[in-house]
Design a binder for this molecule. Structure first.
Ligand code: BGC
Length: 976
């Protein structure tokens, strides 16, 4: 059976072994895979924990940290507190009743006793992969590893541990910070979100979101956005940026964080991620590919956040993992990413941050990842198991609960090394990976000034250890460094370009767009003598009344929507509203602009009836699961417009010029929305999907409306006619099912068939297909040329041997050396690597390592076997601009593997999607001009993942090649 195919739960029997905390170091190590939590974990649970994550920045006038509320984490809220009676006759009875109720709640919350009865294999459902591969095998990292080894050699055990463990939530300036090794000048690393800008910081840019960037299909812009983001991080003193995000990948259109990534296709995600990573790292900042892997929805993503002790298990089969969800991570590794963040959820019933198959096997062995794996914030659920499974850094250092200072590593990792639970060479590898990554991007050349902003206050002087209840040390924490650039260098120019190119025009009847700044486009003289009347409608056209940063992490949908919410959102330094930009764009000599920028229209009809043109704005928001807005708890509840958007559009269309006025609809959204209620209305002539534009929202939409930017955005997802058309696999699991057992289960049974692959397979007509988008000009393609560049052999060349990783002495240090230095002044709740005493520490050598798991034939280099990246085919085509204006087209290449295929060697039937994206190029062509477009297809592009052979295989038979303008408009077809 393919290793990822079963979906049952693992028995609770081994849970204790992998349970976090002291168990990790006291119990002899077993090299098993991980487990779900135990009932004992319930005691560890802190209902206040999650809430501290919601902390927002303090300033003089805003000194409140959101208070904890049990309702955030406990199912059904707090237990009622019984009124105290003096020893009444019923006292004992009441006590028993209470015990019974409490026990029932505990049992139900822990997944139900029936779950323990489920019979499952001993090693759970995710195969074990041990020992953890050591970094330092890749030529491109050779120098950095050499330097790192020199430094690590000189480190003591506590110094090493300090680098692997965060200092605790809000203990330093950034959302995550590692301990420093001052003696060797290795700094505390600042880790800060995130994918679209620098979170919790001033004077920074809110770039367009990932989904908007994906919609540009412009590789150069993807790179430049990453580079500008990296530059801002550098200026703020951020060592590790927590982005780009490529998971969620978009399996579920309503997924709360789909907007952080680049679109519902692995190739689009992979290319955009790689470009972003190169941009960030070219500025000397470490990038983080997140979230690895299967974190497709917010509901139940995290233990306890949804009232259940265990996170959801994304059950993904081996082929789907390789061809869809891990694909962009392979591209990220190939691009040289220095960090990968493992996700909150479980994968095949094993937490992603302690899943040895995913971390040791796929990421480190098969994909040859040389950097370090960091946990998502509190995604680490065990100490020893996660270390052995390949986790290298725990973030933010806190253990199972927020901000208590009880790390699963820190002193516990030190102890685990001494008592033989974690071999010291595993810790050496963790540290070497981090230090090598630091050298790899050249941070050894930085002055160790650390971050020059505080995540916790806007004041200049603030607490140095915000999270410590008893430490009141203060200092200058905000230096207000302007990272946005000025004048021509201001990053706003780039934001505007990305936002405009990431805007998708999906309907433009009668060429209503582009608009004329002077109003009338008609030659009718009578009309031209009157002023052209324009009405702008909808709350989404204006700024929020309460200010642009009034909701923590942008977790509300008020006013215009320029980003989703959560850790991936930032405070705007400024935000250009569409209404003002539109007003300014029109010539007020000839055009009269009125507005009603609310979603409820006034009873007086004149505001609509008088208009020649109505521009109506509506939106749909979502975000990260720790925050909610109205009834939206992270994931959207449906794919409709929110806040009455559809009704607004319909009413505007009906009333505009008494039903005869032209209507332009502009939608800001976190993902696909259903357009059916208005798309076919006669006077709805233009519809624009403007995604999430970031800080230059208004200017970008004006550029598109008036044709200063010829629309060249293409849909990074399918827009369906009906929500159900996305298929059963696209549905968010909002409630656990009775059959779930210990944790909510989510079976990715649709396999490869997400988004357009599902529509194509099932023959469902979408409203607008993946890759679709209009322009103000027209393009034509011709002259398809397919040239073979490499032999069509099924398998790649044998895996090459890598370099030998550094090694160190495995002698255990003198136990006394791990005690707190004498006279050390501790900051309460700060996480240190030292121990208070050696009480209970039994010095022991580690158990002999388990037999080496077989190395993957698909491995041997960054992103996998280097031969997978050999070009086998070169494809070219001629593109002509046959329309009236200059413009850019996105030429897309899809391949079709043979249908009804039987592998000649194994005899197995292999099912293939109708077509899959394998390349794209955005090409600018002047009107009446032409250009040649080239694609290089690698062996990996032309292969599928063969579960039996555990390798990428080029199928025998013809592979179809389609080149065109969308997944359903492929005028050039050829074969290989
Ligand atoms: C998110 C991560 C983020 C981290 C730090 C987590 O809740 O899932 O994406 O990087 O917080 O803010």
């Amino acid at each position: 059976m393919p290793p990822y195919e079963s979906h049952e739960l693992r028995r609770g029997k081994y849970a204790k072994l992998d349970a976090p905390g002291d168990d990790d170091v006291e119990t002899p190590t077993r090299f098993s895979d991980d487990s779900n939590g135990t009932l004992e974990d319930l005691e560890e649970h802190d209902p206040l924990a999650f809430d501290s994550k919601l902390k927002r920045k303090k300033s003089a006038g805003d000194l409140k940290i959101r208070k904890a509320s049990y309702r955030d984490t406990e199912p059904g809220g707090p237990l009622p507190v019984p009124r105290r009676k003096s020893r009444c006759a019923l006292g004992r009875c009441c006590c028993w009743l209470l015990v019974f109720v409490a026990a029932t709640v505990l049992i139900i919350a822990s997944g139900g006793i029936w779950a323990y009865k489920i019979s499952v294999p001993e090693d759970g459902l995710s195969p074990p992969w041990y020992p953890s591969p050591r970094g330092g095998t890749d030529k491109a990292w050779e120098e950095s590893y050499k330097k790192a080894a020199e430094l690590v050699k000189q480190m003591t055990l506590p110094e090493k541990v300090n680098i692997t463990t965060g200092t605790g939530w809000s203990m330093d300036m950034c959302v995550g910070q590692t301990g420093r090794v001052a003696r060797l000048k290795f700094p505390s690393l600042c880790l800060q979100d995130g994918p679209l800008g620098i979170r919790f910081a001033d004077n920074i840019t809110a770039f367009p979101a990932g989904i908007t960037t994906g919609a540009t299909w412009n590789k150069e812009l993807m790179y430049l956005r990453g580079k500008a983001h990296g530059k801002e991080a550098r200026l703020k003193g951020v060592n590790v940026l927590l982005g780009p995000a490529m998971g969620p990948l978009g399996r579920m259109p309503a997924g709360g964080r789909v907007w952080e990534g680049f679109g519902s296709d692995p190739v689009l995600q992979g290319i955009a991620a790689a470009q972003t990573i190169k941009g960030i790292q070219d500025e000397g900042v470490m990038a983080t590919a997140k979230h690895y892997v299967g974190n497709e929805q917010e509901h139940f993503r995290q233990a306890w956040e949804w009232g259940l002790p265990n996170a959801i298990s994304s059950n993904i089969d081996d082929r789907t993992l390789h061809e869809i969800y891990a694909w962009p991570f392979a591209d990220s590794v190939k691009a040289g990413v220095t960090s990968v963040m493992c996700s909150y959820n479980q994968v095949n019933s094993s937490y992603a941050c302690q899943n040895s198959k995913l971390l040791n096997g796929v990421l480190k062995d098969e994909l040859g990842f040389q950097g370090f794996i960091q946990s998502d914030w509190l995604a680490q659920r065990s100490g020893v198991a996660s270390a052995l499974a390949g986790l290298d850094m725990t973030m933010p250092g806190d253990g199972l609960r927020w901000a208590k200072g009880n790390s699963l590593w820190g002193p516990e990792l030190t102890r685990a090394v001494l008592n033989g639970s974690v071999p010291i060479d595993r810790v050496d590898d963790m540290v070497t990976r981090v230090v090598a990554s630091w050298y790899q991007v050249g941070q050894d050349k930085w002055d160790d000034e650390g971050p020059n902003f505080s995540s916790w206050t806007n004041d200049r002087v603030g607490k140095l250890h915000e999270g410590s209840p008893s430490n009141h040390d203060t200092g200058v924490v905000n230096k207000y460094v302007n990272a946005q650039g000025e004048g021509k260098e201001a990053h706003g120019h780039l934001v505007r370009r990305v936002a405009a190119e990431g805007t998708v025009l999906v309907k433009n009847e009668g060429r209503l767009l582009p608009l004329d700044r002077k109003g009338w486009k008609t030659s009718n003289k009578a009309k031209r003598r009157t002023k052209y009347r324009v009405g702008v409608f909808g709350e989404d056209a204006r700024l929020p009344h309460e200010g642009i940063n009034h909701c923590p992490d942008q977790s509300c949908n008020e006013g215009t929507l320029a980003s989703g919410w959560g850790s991936g959102a930032v405070n705007y330094s400024y935000l250009i509203e569409p209404l003002s930009a539109i007003r300014e764009a029109f010539d007020n000599e000839t055009v009269y602009v009125t507005d009603w920028v609310e979603n409820k229209l006034p009873s007086q009809k004149e505001i609509l009836e008088d208009q020649d043109l109505c521009i109506v704005f509506a939106n749909a928001d979502a975000g990260e699961g720790y925050e909610s807005y109205q009834s939206i708890r992270g994931d959207r509840n449906d794919l409709n417009l929110q806040k009455g958007g559809e009704k607004l559009i319909r009413d505007v269309a009906k009333g505009c010029g008494e039903g005869m006025g032209d209507v332009v609809v502009v939608i800001h959204a976190v993902g696909p929305v259903i357009l059916e209620k208005f798309i076919d209305m006669m006077n709805v002539k233009a519809v624009i999907i403007a995604n999430l534009p970031g800080t230059e929202s208004g200017n970008a939409i004006v550029d598109v409306l008036f044709g200063d930017a010829n629309p060249s955005g293409r849909l990074p997802y399918t827009i369906a006619k009906n929500e159900d058309d996305y298929g059963p696999g696209s549905k968010i699991k909002y409630l656990p099912s009775p059959s779930d057992g210990l944790a909510p289960q989510q079976n990715f049974s649709e396999g490869l068939y997400i988004d357009y692959r599902h529509f194509d397979k099932q023959g469902i007509e979408p409203r607008f297909e993946f890759g679709y988008g209009l322009s103000y000009t027209q393009f034509a393609l011709s002259d398809l040329l397919i040239e073979e560049k490499g032999a069509k052999t099924p398998l790649p060349k044998p895996r090459p041997a890598g370099l030998t990783p550094p090694s160190y002495t495995t002698e255990l240090p003198d136990p006394k050396s791990v005690l707190f230095p004498e006279g050390f002044r501790k900051v309460e709740r700060y996480i240190y690597p030292w121990l208070d005493s050696l009480k209970g520490v039994t010095i022991a050598n580690p158990a002999p390592p388990p037999p080496q798991s077989p190395l993957s034939d698909a491995g041997g280099g960054p992103g996998g076997n280097p031969d997978l990246y050999t070009t086998l085919l070169s494809v070219s085509a001629s593109l002509e601009n046959t329309g009236p204006v200059d413009g850019s087209s996105v030429v897309q290449l899809y391949i079709s593997f043979p249908q009804n295929y039987k592998d000649p060697e194994t005899g197995e039937s292999v099912d293939f999607p109708v077509r899959v994206l394998r390349g794209f190029e955005k090409v600018h062509v002047d009107t009446k001009g032409g250009k040649l477009v080239n694609f290089e297809l690698t062996r990996r592009d032309l292969s599928y993942w063969d579960v039996a052979r555990q390798n990428w295989v080029v199928p025998v038979g013809e592979i179809g090649i389609g080149v065109g303008f969308s997944s359903r408009d492929l005028p050039l077809m050829g074969k290989w």
